[in-house]
Design a protein around this ligand. Structure first.
Ligand code: GCU
Length: 399
């Protein structure tokens, strides 16, 4: 065989605040033509579309609009789950364009003590639906042959969410795009016009774009379920799923709340700070995440015509929550905070409060305005504390 050895340059991450480059953030409220954006109308008709276009052509790639059909098959329903506290439903969501078929397995818990339509959190899982609870009735997601049943229970306080009156739904992100490079052919991309073998365009979408698309397909389902209030869906994403959640929430205004849990580089963190994970590192380690054009900004963040505060601003005026963990320096907590802070400019245009100060709040002290934020003690993870904050945030804005 022929061995091609690639010697990736090891770049030490910068964790020294004094070495963060001097940068200037692109202004949110000035159009490409230099026009001051002063009203909601100007934001929505001029600036918002410009920003959406930049993220789509230069970072996440264009989301194709080619036609496909969707069908829903309920594969199990248990009205007595969690000792009667919840209804548990599993659903196969199938997509077809006539030639290509793909599917996503969704697991849903709905609180039984709430009459009528319930608000709900949706978040992908990393390792299969069977990892979020130890219930032996939970089916394996596609691509998850290994039985990791219950492995991630700690990150999914389902009973707590149910007891607060919210539903919770999940699906495995691998169902949409298996998270490795060169998995385009198996992903949902061929369903939407991608021809395997054909070289990617600079603005071709890849995994993060596809995961965001899958989040919108979950929303399509919620709109059809008579027990779910599709107008009160909180979209939560941890880490790489947080990057996808912000992008999905930016494009699809049906999501009522968007939550980024430690989404870091390519998510909530400002790229221009180049602190922790950088554009060079992420596009090199995960060449299948962003559109190819994004690599042009590797070691060249100063030339980025946008930054991540603008991604968060695209979610305005809907409530958005950004969360960090103090030992998750790789995700640049300060960069996550600053982008949430600066997005506040657009929230204020709508008459809402953003985060009150450029200074980060104290540890474990959530700040809850229309833009929410906390930095907790601990490492890169999803904890009960994180969920408690999201439940409080949802109580404030969705109840
Ligand atoms: C890696 C990656 C991050 C990502 C994280 C995760 O650390 O570099 O960008 O957010 O994985 O998804 O857990």
């Amino acid at each position: 065989g022929i061995f091609i050895s690639m010697v990736a340059q090891r770049i030490e991450p910068n964790y020294d605040e004094s070495k963060v480059p001097v940068y200037e953030l692109p202004p949110l409220l000035v159009s490409a033509k230099g026009k001051q954006i002063k009203s909601i109308k100007q934001w929505e008709s001029i600036r918002r579309p410009e920003i959406l276009e930049m993220f789509s052509s230069q970072m996440f790639g264009k989301t194709p609009v080619s036609p496909f059909t969707t069908s829903y098959e309920v594969v199990s329903e248990d009205a007595n789950a969690l000792d009667g506290k919840a209804t548990c439903k599993q659903l196969r969501i199938s997509f077809s364009n006539g030639n290509t078929e793909r599917s996503m397995l969704m697991l849903i818990y709905l609180p039984n003590h709430i009459k009528g339509k319930v608000p709900l959190f949706f978040a992908y899982n990393f390792d299969g639906n069977q990892t979020v609870s130890s219930d032996p009735g939970i089916l394996f997601s596609n691509h998850t042959s290994e039985n990791k049943r219950g492995l991630k229970v700690r990150r999914w306080p389902i009973e707590m969410i149910i007891s607060k009156g919210y539903g919770v739904a999940t699906a495995c992100y691998h169902d949409i795009f298996y998270d490795e490079k060169d998995k385009h052919a198996e992903s949902i991309l061929p369903l939407l016009g991608y021809n395997p073998g054909q070289p990617l365009e600079g603005d071709s979408w890849q995994a993060i774009g596809a995961w965001a698309w899958g989040m919108s397909r979950a929303m399509d389902y919620f709109e059809t379920d008579s027990r779910i209030d599709a107008k009160r869906i909180a979209l939560m994403g941890h880490s790489r799923h947080g990057k996808a959640a912000l992008w999905a929430g930016a494009q699809d205004q049906r999501f009522a709340i968007v939550i980024s849990n430690e989404s870091g580089c390519g998510g909530a963190a400002l790229s221009k700070r180049a602190y922790g994970e950088t554009v060079a590192v992420i596009t090199n380690s995960f060449p299948h995440w962003f559109c190819p054009n994004f690599s042009r900004f590797a070691n060249n963040e100063q030339s980025l015509p946008f930054d991540q505060h603008e991604l968060i601003a695209l979610i305005a005026p809907r409530p958005v929550y950004v969360a960090s963990a103090v030992d998750d320096r790789w995700a640049d907590p300060k960069g996550e905070y600053l982008s949430a802070f600066h997005a506040g400019e657009v929230y204020r245009l709508y008459g809402y409060d953003g985060l009150p100060s450029e200074e980060m709040p104290a540890l474990n002290t959530p700040v809850i305005s229309r833009v929410g934020y906390h930095i907790r003690t601990g490492v890169h993870d999803v904890t009960d504390f994180d969920w408690q904050c999201y439940l409080n945030f949802a109580d404030k804005w969705m109840k």
